[in-house]
Design a binder for this molecule. Structure first.
Ligand SMILES: [Zn+2]
Length: 477
């Protein structure tokens, strides 16, 4: 099956056809490390984690690089206000960032590249841009002359007149108000490095371009980032790289994630609806948050609310319950027609899952396929007490395999659900059945209540009793 990816550059879904055959190079704009990461970051990085996992699932050999912006005006300002060293402050927040990513189960990035560790590459790139006539030096720094680059606006689909409305940092020494800084000259009291244009530090846009050219060369497959980075940041990256190398396009597929709102409003500190990743993870399991993000398409706007997170928690539990209930069937060696049929149904659902993901990583439709699987499993459990051993293994395996793309359903769920415990629950149910037959409702109800207090829910059906583990929410530590 063919993978199609929506390309912001062409505004169409295109067949995914990497430049170097099976090898795929992907870059995603990383954090500026001066504050804790919030839910908007989580949404973006979970989305690219899912994309990365799916590309690897499809058999691509993916090299995924993310930059760390540790040289930036915001960091320097924050450090100044705290009386701290800016690089040291940046390191501290970088550490928090990694902690958050690990907590969210984001493990797909191969390399994190710090801007401060690529200063020589940045200087070389600025030199080339000056030599080729795209950049010029003034008393305050080195700037990119945007009138020299014809394709400006191609990614954001704006014409040059519209672009003039955006003002970047005002500076009377610049040729055009929209020219952006490649190098900022700074005095010895500020963070800086020596360069042919005196002491100073790089502009933001040039950092990422130097990093991708360093690891991927002049052209690569996927560049990701949040939608608000298209202009000016990603336009600037194209202008810098394509002018310097003379090769275009810099990036074959530009992939952008949608905005995250909180209760309908843009998240901001002043509105008091700024939610950090750590805060949410105190109350909810990481899998719930990942499930919540995956239930919207990566390009759509997500409106976050606690109510929706509760819904996500319940939906995820539905999938877990299906897995638990099939595990509670008695395995047997014989392969019957019904077992075979169940296997076939699972394979059909897997096909639907892959079809959805192949269509521009349509995760909500892929989740639908997982729920179809859960329904089939539940129907099977309703009418069977036994299952072929191999069939059971295959069913669990498919759940695990597809869940792995979202990094959900990976744990042998219920910590309680070791084989011994589930055998014990079966034994208790059998004994309770005897009390029920003897109409000793008091004892039978007591057993049910005691099990419930342990998180084990019994459901009495016409002919037998089934059980499941109650949803496990993370307890505050
Ligand atoms: Zn970037």
């Amino acid at each position: 099956m063919v993978l199609r990816v929506y390309n912001t550059l062409s505004r169409r879904k295109e067949v995914f056809n990497p430049i170097h055959g099976n090898r795929v190079y992907m870059f995603v704009c990383g954090p500026t490390t001066y504050d804790l990461s919030h839910l908007g970051h989580a949404r973006t990085y979970v989305a690219y984690d899912i994309i990365a996992r799916y590309l690897r699932y499809k058999g691509y050999s993916l090299f995924y690089v993310m930059n760390i912006t540790d040289v930036d005006d915001k960091i320097i300002k924050r450090a100044e206000s705290l009386g701290r060293d800016p690089l040291e402050l940046a390191r501290e927040y970088e550490r928090y960032f990694y902690e958050d990513m690990a907590a969210l189960g984001i493990e797909s990035v191969n390399l994190f590249a710090r801007a401060s560790e690529h200063i020589p590459e940045i200087i070389d790139l600025v030199k080339v841009l000056i030599e080729k006539g795209y950049a010029y030096e003034t008393e305050t720094g080195v700037y990119y002359d945007i009138t020299k680059f014809e394709d400006l606006g191609a990614l954001s689909h704006q014409n040059p007149e519209e672009l003039k409305k955006h003002r970047i940092e005002p500076d009377p020494t610049k040729r055009n108000p929209q020219d952006f800084a490649l190098w900022k000259k700074r005095g010895p009291e500020e963070l800086g490095w020596d360069s042919p244009w005196g002491r100073g530090r790089p502009g933001w846009h040039i950092e990422d371009t130097a990093i991708t050219m360093c690891y991927f060369g002049p052209q690569y497959d996927i560049h990701g980032g949040a939608i608000e980075l298209i202009f000016p940041h990603h336009e600037a990256e194209i202008a810098q790289a394509e002018a310097a190398t003379g090769r275009k396009p810099l990036v074959k597929y530009w992939v952008h994630t949608g905005v995250l709102k909180v209760e309908g409003k843009k998240m901001s500190k002043s509105l008091g609806n700024f939610v950090t990743i750590r805060e949410v993870l105190k109350k909810y399991e990481p899998e719930v948050l990942r499930f919540f993000f995956a239930s919207s398409h990566y390009r759509s706007t997500i409106d976050f609310s606690e109510k929706k997170l509760e819904q996500a928690k319940r939906s995820l539990q539905t999938l877990r319950n299906a897995l638990n209930s099939i595990r509670s069937l008695r395995p047997k060696p014989e392969l019957e027609e019904d077992d075979r049929e169940l296997e076939e149904k699972m394979l059909r659902c897997r096909e639907n899952f892959i079809k959805a993901m192949d269509d521009d990583f349509n995760s909500p439709y892929a989740l639908k396929a997982l729920f179809e699987m859960a329904n089939e499993v539940n129907r099977f459990v309703e009418s069977h007490e036994t299952i072929n051993r191999e069939t059971l293994k295959k069913v669990l395996e498919i759940f695990r395999e597809l869940g792995g793309i979202f990094n959900i359903l990976q744990k042998e769920e219920k910590t309680v659900d070791s084989k011994i415990v589930s055998d014990l629950v079966e034994l208790i149910i059998e004994l309770r059945q005897k009390f029920r037959k003897a109409k000793d409702w008091q004892t039978s109800d007591m057993i049910r209540a005691r099990l419930k207090s342990l998180g084990i829910i019994l459901e009495d059906k016409a002919d037998r009793t089934t059980w499941r583990i109650e949803s496990q929410s993370k307890k505050e530590s």
